[in-house]
Design a protein around this ligand. Structure first.
Ligand code: GLN
Ligand code: ZN
Length: 755
């Protein structure tokens, strides 16, 4: 028998029940018991759904109140010392303190989970870190599942990945040294699981998709040799990319099974069908856990049939990775266009696909013929749909040439023209784009969408807001203004809604971190811009002031990274289509007299592939997309870009290659350390390192900002330097914002006098 299983199910609940309960609990509207009751109900419902869908093994321990890496920290008792000594069970209060911070302790850091838009809580390690079994929650959940008639397959984050994902809090300390301390705790966990009569444990080692140093690979051997014979069988799960580069290491591990992501890396299958794995179970992740498309079941069945002839009963079938990254249930989408809906599958539907494929192998192709026919028809309909293919777009892509990705003249030539045109003071001050979004603004926008506010009322409300934002910026004394983005709920959604090729769901939420969820738009077809998207707003803002107002656009790479994207053409092609749409908007803004245009690319860095060998290809198409979007302008039009906090050190040549006239970056949290890299690389164009952190409600004091500015002028030619906050101000309130910006402008003036 071929068996089916799942690696993880969305935790948020079909209607984001978990989010609502968490936030109510944090506001003290519901008790801890009430929160836990909701969590129990979601968990039980998830198990039931997976059982109904036909899964033979059901993950337990994949659910989390906040984050599964933090749960591992709790299970292992590795509470950072700064949260005080803890010797007994870790309370819910402490759990949320670590996740969200307290009055006297900042939260543990949060960072992206590999190349997804999920963020995990980063463990903190130093030489004093010890591990002990500090929570019974996992064992209670296993027992609860068994009591409900569920066959559990407990999920653990593996010891190597757990260490790898943490950070060393003392300089010079190597976290890998903790492995020998960590393994006894894992052994204890596994034996406790075994006493519950569990057969298989899923142990996730997603770091295997990365390039790993020799010492980590040695650690892998040490770890899994220590973890064998603990009473349960281990299924080592890998995902998000190929692990073929670690094949010989993997074949030497005393594990019972291995899971491969055959959606991100189908080509690795052959290598794992060889002799080296002859006595292991292979779980093949054939249904895409990272995207929302319905699978081509015939095609998947062919691939599996081939594997089945080699593996026989050693074959398991699963989604490629945890379904955490996928919305819950497509049946909730009643408003979605019927044609497009038929091309999609969310978590519940994906599990049904896994089951059908399992049945196809176990009972023969004929037994699933009707499902195959439906899948074939849907896939053909999608391939051939006129909703997807736009000959106008295809033609334009074909006609692109090298000049389209090139400004007319070099930066050195453009710069004096821009200086002449704008006549800005030294150290010009500006902001990143958005201004505080009051609940009034949000309500008006929502009511307009629902048709409860008329076009005219909406226009008046937004114009009034823009006017107010312009006035406030003039009062503060900024040199380059923005319109404030009041008409945008989200920087990707706003553009997606106006472009052909995008669609939106009602309930397609995916967890981003903790209680935060995002609803990525679905990019299903060729991208086409039927008309201008921002020009009227920016033109209006510019009409109110003699200072330059920056046009504000979202760049092609970010549009791509924060959407569910097509799987029927390379991302590079979709990026080019987006680039053309943005390029047209840039031209329209320029024609309307807007002299500065900012193209935000906060997701540029996060698009980098997991393995370095794939970086060059990504950077090539990503840079090209940005350049296509930004190069259609005259020399005296100033192109800005903005990127949020990220490690740019290793990709600076590509950043410079974007050839934006001005880049604003987030640097205040790193005390301008990032700037060193720009200096070392001799970054040629103008740069605005953020001088204060907008993520905190705290109004920075002037001396801090001035210190940062002093540091900046020591590094960068003041002629090239801009003064701005770290990021958009959307999440702040007006009093904080006005106070912080005034101080920022004062600092810039002080600094000008010092130069
Ligand atoms: N212009 C956007 C804003 O200010 C940029 C957001 C971002 O960098 N994530 O909101
Ligand atoms: Zn930002």
């Amino acid at each position: 028998m071929v068996l089916t299983h799942n690696l993880g199910f969305p935790r948020i609940g079909p209607q984001r029940e978990l989010k609502k309960a968490l936030e109510a609990h944090w506001k003290q509207q519901i008790s801890a018991e009430q929160l836990l009751t909701t969590a129990d109900a979601i968990r039980a419902a998830n198990w039931h759904t997976q059982q109904q869908a036909g899964m033979d093994w059901i993950p337990v321990g994949d659910f989390s109140l906040y984050d599964h890496v933090l749960d591992m920290t709790v299970l292992l008792g590795a509470v950072p010392h700064r949260f005080g000594p803890v010797t007994d069970e870790i309370s819910l209060e402490l759990y949320f303190a670590m996740a969200r911070g307290t009055a006297d302790q900042p939260a543990m850091e949060m960072t992206k989970w590999f190349n997804t838009n999920y963020h995990y809580i980063v463990p903190e390690f130093d030489e004093a870190t010890v591990f002990r079994l500090a929570s019974n929650r996992l064992f209670q959940e296993i027992a609860a599942a068994q009591a409900l008639g569920i066959t559990p397959k407990p999920v653990l984050l593996g010891p190597l990945s757990y260490l790898y994902l943490g950070k060393e809090t003392t300089p010079g300390f190597n976290k890998l040294q903790l492995l020998s301390r960590l393994l006894p705790a894992y052994q204890e966990i596994l034996s406790s699981i075994a006493t519950l009569g569990v057969q298989w444990v899923q142990i996730d080692e997603p770091i295997l998709a990365l390039d790993l140093d020799q010492n980590w690979l040695e650690g892998l051997q040490t770890a899994y040799h220590a973890l064998q014979h603990n009473g349960c069988r281990l299924l080592l799960t890998t995902y998000f990319g190929t692990v073929e580069h670690h094949l010989s290491q993997l074949s030497a591990l005393p594990i019972d099974g291995l899971h491969l992501d055959l959606c991100r890396a189908p080509e690795q299958l052959e290598a794992f069908l060889g002799q080296a794995f002859a006595n292991k179970t292979l779980s093949l992740g054939v249904i895409d856990g990272r995207n929302i498309w319905r699978a081509d079941l015939s095609n998947k069945l062919d691939m599996l049939t081939h594997a089945h002839t080699v593996l026989g009963n050693r074959l398991w079938i699963a989604p490629s990775c945890s379904l955490l990254h996928c919305p819950v249930d497509l049946t909730q989408e009643t408003q979605l266009d019927q044609e497009i809906r038929n091309w999609l599958a969310f978590s519940v539907q994906k599990l049904a696909e896994v089951t059908i494929l399992g049945q196809g192998l176990n009972a023969g192709r004929a037994s699933i013929q009707s499902s195959l026919t439906i899948s074939d028809q849907a896939c053909r309909a999608r391939r051939e749909s006129s909703r997807i293919h736009n000959p106008v777009v295809a033609q334009r892509i074909q006609n692109l040439n090298a000049h389209d990705a090139q400004r007319q003249q070099s930066f050195a030539f453009r710069r004096p023209l821009q200086q002449q045109r704008f006549r800005l003071p030294l150290l010009p001050t500006t902001s990143i784009g958005s201004f505080p979004q009051t609940s009034e603004i949000r309500q008006t926008r929502a009511a307009f969408k629902k048709g409860r506010v008329s076009h005219l009322e909406y226009l008046a409300a937004m114009r009034a807001e823009i006017q107010d934002i312009i006035t406030k910026q003039e009062q503060v004394g900024l040199d380059v203004l923005v319109h404030g983005e009041p008409e945008r709920g989200d920087m990707v959604e706003y553009f997606g809604e106006q472009l052909w090729g995008y669609t939106f769901t009602e309930h397609g939420w995916v967890q981003s971190y903790g209680s935060r969820c995002v609803k990525p738009p679905i990019l299903y077809g060729d991208v086409y811009r039927p008309e201008a998207m921002t020009v009227e707003w920016i033109k209006y803002a510019q009409s109110l002031t003699s200072k330059p107002v920056k046009g504000m656009l979202t760049g092609p790479v970010t549009m791509l990274m924060w959407s569910f994207v097509r799987d029927d053409q390379p991302q590079a092609d979709t990026a080019l289509q987006l680039a053309l749409a943005i390029r047209d908007e840039v031209s329209d803004l320029e024609r309307a007299g807007i002299g500065m245009i900012q193209i935000d690319e906060p997701a540029f860095r996060e698009g980098l592939p997991l393995r370095r060998s794939d970086w060059a290809h990504y950077l090539e198409w990503a840079v090209k997309a940005f350049r296509i979007a930004s190069s259609g302008v005259k020399d005296d039009t100033q192109i800005h870009t903005h990127m949020c906090y990220s490690e740019f050190h290793d990709i600076l040549p590509a950043i410079a290659n974007l050839d934006a006239d001005v880049i604003t970056i987030e640097t205040s949290r790193s005390r301008m350390e990032l700037l060193d890299a720009f200096v070392e690389f001799a970054y040629p164009n103008e740069i605005g390192p953020g001088v204060y952190d907008i993520h905190s409600p705290r109004v920075p004091n002037a001396s801090e900002m001035l210190d940062l500015l002093k540091k900046a002028v020591r590094h960068i030619d003041p002629q090239h330097l801009w003064v701005n906050p770290d990021c958009g101000l959307k999440t702040r309130n007006w009093s904080e914002t006005a106070a912080a910006l005034s101080k920022m402008v004062d600092c810039a003036r002080t600094m000008r006098n010092l130069l």
